[in-house]
Write a protein that binds this ligand. Structure first.
Ligand code: LLP
Length: 456
């Protein structure tokens, strides 16, 4: 008998990143899965599959955990800033802003989404290693703080501030040279990174900024990577950043804001054991406080930029099982109605997830091993290489946990497969937050040149 023991684990309400499932996950008297008080089977009957679902309580608990911990451990001002690349939508922007968090955007699209969702412009920061002129102007016109990533950014901001003839506050991003243990594609703080200024260039940069008429260096930013379970790199980061503030003072810059980026990992599978939000914030805060005291510095405003640890555990994806293919002695493929277009993480980073059958979440039945494949024309479109599931058949539903971050936001239309709908669940009610695309929607931007129409 196989049991999905992760569904029996005690739920940590205060730090959702330590759970595999949303905090409202329950198993009804009928033995079936429900989230946010909603029966998953009923939601699929009404909204079809595949389906992204976000649990409001899990989302709010994560936001509050960051706010609360910063207030508890950091004696200065603080602001958690949601990294919207994890899951950007008008709804997410609205929820984030209702919780009093700021938002990090990396394109005009993410900026517009944040503004449309009601995030106040003074709480938005604008990142990116290759911002377009249009994007920079858009940010400046909307009083959104730009995080300068390179000289190209700096030169354009200098020109804009001169043309407006007024001061412009900026932050700079640098690479602190910290290595952490995560997938190399999502490691960003080491010397060999496309993001930010090298730490060895900072003195030149400070002089350059001092020589501008209107640029005011207000803050420092660094981000060392994502899905990190160790606390040590962030402890080191706090200290390194404070040392940079001290260095900047020698060039006449009074840095008031310190943004340590995001990176706290979440529990995707049972062997994952990330620190809690409280522990992470405590580590970062203590390290900044200690370094400030050592250098006799006023406490800067402390900012952090969590993405995954805010939204990932709140999200699940529901798929319907279609075809089975048994290769005797090798494996049994079970194919679902989505895959790499709604979740590109397994094929990109070999990421692992946990899943269960909606009708038998605790997996109480005989032991079956399956390979869960997506429906795309690509052999690597496999969501689970090997997973134990209860007896299942075509038409049954599978719930994949931990898909709130970097799934919808990294989705594609490969094979012209429309994106799923997304729902928000709360207290037994489900509301649409993203409409399901249709194949016809995907034709919207196709253009057949006139001469081809004539030919046919
Ligand atoms: N701040 C900056 C500047 C970032 O580049 C990122 C993530 C974050 C904050 C948020 O990091 P988080 O708290 O989510 O770890 N697509 C990859 C993750 C890429 C992360 C990119 N930057 C994945 O699916 O694992």
């Amino acid at each position: 008998m196989v049991k999905n023991s992760f569904l029996k684990e005690k739920i940590d309400l205060k730090s959702p990143n330590k759970n595999i499932t949303p905090v409202t996950t329950s198993i009804g008297s009928d033995g079936k899965l429900s989230i946010g008080g909603c029966s998953i089977e009923e939601l699929v009957e009404k909204y079809d599959s595949p389906l992204y679902i976000l649990d409001e309580i899990t989302l709010r608990n994560s936001c509050r955990a960051y706010k609360k911990a910063l207030q508890k451990y950091y004696p200065g001002e603080s602001l958690p800033i949601y990294a919207s690349k994890a899951n950007s939508s008008v709804f997410m922007s609205n929820l984030i802003s209702s919780e009093g968090l700021g938002l990090d955007a990396v394109s005009e699209g993410e900026l517009l989404t944040a503004l449309k969702g009601g995030v106040p412009n003074e709480k938005i920061v604008f990142h990116g290693n290759n911002k377009s002129d249009k994007e920079i102007e858009f940010a400046v016109r909307n009083n959104i703080k730009v995080i300068v990533d390179n000289d190209f950014d700096l030169d354009r901001l200098e020109k804009i501030s001169n043309s407006f003839n007024h001061d412009l506050e900026i932050m700079i991003r640098f690479t602190p040279g910290i290595e952490c243990h995560t997938h190399e594609y999502i490691r960003t703080g080491s010397f060999d990174s496309k993001f930010g200024f090298g730490i060895e260039y900072l003195n030149t940069l400070f002089t350059k900024i001092s020589n501008t008429k209107h640029l005011k260096l207000k803050g420092l930013h660094a981000h060392i990577g994502s899905q990190i379970f160790e606390l040590e790199p962030h402890k080191d980061l706090g200290e390194i950043m404070v040392n940079v503030i001290v260095e900047a003072q020698k060039f006449g810059h009074n840095i008031e804001e310190l943004n340590v980026g995001g990176g706290l990992g979440i529990k995707y599978i049972e062997s994952d054991d990330p620190p809690s939000i409280d522990e992470w914030v405590k580590t970062v805060s203590n390290s900044v406080v200690k370094a400030c005291k050592k250098n006799n510095l006023d406490f800067p405003t402390l900012m952090c930029e969590p993405g995954r640890s805010i939204v990932s555990t709140a999200g699940i994806t529901i798929y319907k099982i279609g075809a089975f293919k048994e290769i005797p002695g090798v494996r049994t493929y079970l194919s679902v109605d989505g895959g790499m277009s709604d979740n590109p993480r397994p094929i990109t980073y070999q990421s692992n997830y946990s899943a269960c059958l909606v009708s038998n979440p605790l997996n109480i039945s005989s032991k079956n091993k399956y390979t869960i494949a997506g429906k795309h024309c690509e052999s690597g479109d496999v969501l689970f290489k090997e997973i134990e599931l209860a007896d299942c058949k075509t038409g049954d539903l599978i719930c994949v946990f931990g898909t709130g971050a970097y799934n919808n936001s990294m989705s594609s239309n490969y094979n012209r497969i429309p994106r799923p709908a997304a729902l928000l669940v709360y207290d037994g009610e489900a509301e649409i937050i993203q409409m399901r695309e249709s194949p016809l929607d995907l034709l919207k931007y196709d253009v057949l040149p006139d001469r081809f129409i004539k030919q046919n």
